[in-house]
Design a protein around this ligand. Structure first.
Ligand code: ADP
Ligand code: TRP
Length: 332
């Protein structure tokens, strides 16, 4: 049985992806992009724009192209460093779809039928296509094809990483040691950032606060956060549950956030003022990234070059792992 290639003990391979299915929001930032950007200091990072995945929900070529470029700009502006991370477009590594087929034949139907994100979409009335159903298998292939050790994601993706572990385990059992079994990495404090309506913030729920955009509409969104009708002077013992407080904790220092929370709890802080404070901290938080994004927008050739060069590196690694899988299961 061929041994798995081991990375040096101090090195780990980190991998994550994000779909180009709409403007990125602060839930994406704190749940996935921020942690992923920090992790690029700790290992060999592979991050990609999941454009094949976006085909399950976006059916307009121009929209996909524009969203893909926006994700590239957003991620680089937020601090993804192409000198440290391999940053590429999923469809530039078509090997991933071939591996998906190998994996799909070892994926039990009930495991996919049980996936929360699939069930949630059905419950919301979405008419599912086969791609949406089979999506976790493509995600497993994304992860396994780079021998990934660690997958930084928000809480909603944890189950998909568990599915990946199960499929990898089954392949290893059936055909001999082939895949590295990955671990999800989820930050407890930002596992699920609330949206403007209090549900999980998501592109699909129309409740997002984007990372980038024009000041005026974004200020309006923040000022429209849903609150109850209690007057400013009334003490609010449930201040920690307030959406604006939860969001403020992400953007402000601990001191500012806890002073604001205390004022709300004791009474005397109106919701309008609370939202203004939130907006200022949010706007300030992304100042540097906003400037960087404007610079990159004037430099699209550079951005495309980063994606192209990274795709070459990613493809070389993916081919090695795909060959190993094909050999082990008798395809070559
Ligand atoms: P969306 O739900 O907006 O479509 P995606 O499913 O594209 O977001 O998620 C991209 C990444 O961002 C995933 O790792 C996901 O777990 C994370 N993420 C999305 N929304 C949130 C949130 N509200 N809180 C924390 N992480 C999130
Ligand atoms: N499914 C993820 C999402 O919707 C995106 C994704 C695709 C991904 N492939 C991945 C995340 C592999 C981590 C690893 O957010």
């Amino acid at each position: 049985m061929p041994a798995l290639p081991l990375l040096g003990s101090s090195s780990m391979r980190i991998l994550s992806g994000i779909q180009p299915s709409g403007a990125l929001h602060v839930g994406n930032y704190f749940g996935m992009m921020g942690p992923a950007i920090e992790l690029q200091e700790e290992g060999e990072a592979y991050y990609f724009i999941a454009d094949y995945h976006s085909m399950t929900s976006v059916f307009d070529a121009e929209v996909r192209r524009k969203n893909t470029q926006d994700v590239a700009l957003d991620f680089l502006a937020c601090g993804l460093d192409p000198a440290k991370s391999v940053f590429f477009k999923q469809s530039d590594v078509p090997e991933v779809t071939e591996l998906t087929w190998l994996l799909t034949t070892l994926t039990p139907m009930p495991m996919l039928e049980n996936c929360h994100s699939y069930k949630d979409k059905l419950a919301k009335g979405l008419k599912p296509n086969h791609g949406l159903f089979a999506y976790p298998v493509l995600m497993a292939s994304d992860i396994l094809i780079y021998d990934s050790n660690v997958v930084p994601v928000g809480k909603d993706q944890k189950q998909h990483v568990e599915v990946t572990r199960d499929i990898a385990g089954k392949f290893n059992q059936t055909y001999g040691e082939t895949f590295v079994i990955p671990e999800p990495r989820i930050r407890g404090e930002v596992a699920a950032v609330p949206g403007t309506d209090g549900q999980k913030m998501s592109k699909s729920y129309d409740n997002t606060i984007e990372i980038f955009g024009d000041e005026k509409p974004l200020r309006k969104k923040v000022m429209r956060l849903v609150m109850d009708s209690r007057p400013p002077e009334e003490p609010k013992p449930d201040a920690d549950k307030n959406i604006a407080i939860q969001l403020l904790k992400l953007f402000a220092t601990e001191k500012v956030a806890s002073e604001t929370e205390n004022k709300l709890r004791e009474g005397g802080l109106g919701y309008g003022d609370l939202k203004k404070t939130l907006f200022e901290h949010y706007w300030e938080y992304f100042t540097e990234a906003r400037a960087k994004r404007a610079e990159l927008e004037d430099n699209l050739d550079y951005v495309n070059q980063v994606l192209r060069e990274s795709a070459e590196k990613a493809r070389a690694l993916a081919s090695t792992v795909l060959d190993r899988a094909k050999k082990n299961c008798g395809l070559s």
